[in-house]
Design a protein around this ligand. Structure first.
Ligand code: BLA
Length: 251
């Protein structure tokens, strides 16, 4: 049973990689210390990928394997600054010892208003309605549900059966819907200016930097120094964007 459970996230990672490459995605070189980093704690490893995908300014993927303590698959896709469509966010966690799945998948909205939701959320609504039992959570502890989460966020706290039966269907359906949304977005005018989209992406990184419940975990597995550079340089690089611009004197 555990063998199967451990490999579910590798299977989903393969699905994601195949979908990205079939959309013309190319791997971007990242430093070796981010590509693969080991920890003695639970004999763990974290692996990261960065993709250059047409239409997107950044697409990152993280897979952490801490054996039966924890398995993670996390990915965020940031569209180009000319496109005001939602950011794609996926956070999947499996705790084998507790038999617990935590799965969050969302089209993360840049704005919270009816026009924006009408424009971009039909497909996510449809997907959510196809799996009513899977999305069984509403409350978040560390995040503000009204900020960068949509009313149709797929949020599951479940067990082995949720992971084995529904998760692959939800995950693949979710990615296909997001790619379809991207295709559709090309025929739409962006209602938000590029400057404002950039500002909203920066504030997304700052918000998630402040709220992400994984920071302590990275520090305890991989040490403070590595964790800090991972969080600042790989997970949320735009968090320091304004400072960098100020420091370079370019404004
Ligand atoms: C929750 N995410 C969590 C938790 C952990 C991580 C340990 C707490 C799990 C629990 O409730 O037991 C772990 N987050 C990670 C890891 C990475 C990470 C390992 O970013 C590695 C990169 N989180 C996201 C994205 C979304 C997200 C893109 O990174 C949105 C889809 C959401 N994670 C999210 C939410 C929770 C969570 C909503 C529940 C926390 C809460 O209740 O507030």
């Amino acid at each position: 049973m555990s063998f199967k459970a451990f490999n579910m996230f590798d299977l989903l990672l393969d699905n994601l990689t195949n979908k990205i490459t079939s959309r013309g995605g190319n791997q971007v070189t990242i430093p070796d210390y981010f590509k693969e980093h080991h920890s003695d704690k639970n004999n763990s490893v974290i692996r990261n990928w960065l993709w250059d995908v047409p239409g997107f300014r950044r697409w990152r993927v993280t897979r952490m394997d801490a054996g039966n303590k924890m398995q993670v698959l996390n990915s965020v896709a940031y569209p180009n600054f000319k496109n005001d469509m939602p950011i794609m966010g996926i956070d999947l966690l499996w705790f084998e010892v507790k038999g617990k799945l935590v799965a969050i998948l969302d089209f993360q909205p840049l704005e919270q208003n009816k026009n924006y939701f009408d424009k971009y959320f039909d497909k996510l609504k449809l997907l959510k309605s196809r799996f009513p039992d899977f999305s069984n959570q509403k409350d978040m502890n560390s995040y503000d549900i009204n900020k960068y989460f949509s009313p149709w966020v797929i949020f599951c706290k479940g067990d082995f059966r949720d992971m084995n039966d529904n998760l692959p269907l939800v995950f693949n359906g979710f990615l296909d819907s997001y790619f379809e949304l991207y295709n559709h977005s090309l025929a739409l005018n962006s209602q938000i200016s590029s400057d404002d989209i950039r500002r909203l992406h920066i504030s997304y990184d700052i918000y998630n930097f402040e709220r992400d419940p994984a920071h302590g975990l990275f520090k305890s597995y991989f040490g403070k120094e590595w964790a800090n550079s991972f969080i600042n340089e790989f997970l949320f690089p735009l968090k320091s964007y304004d400072q960098k611009v100020d420091n370079s004197g370019k404004s």
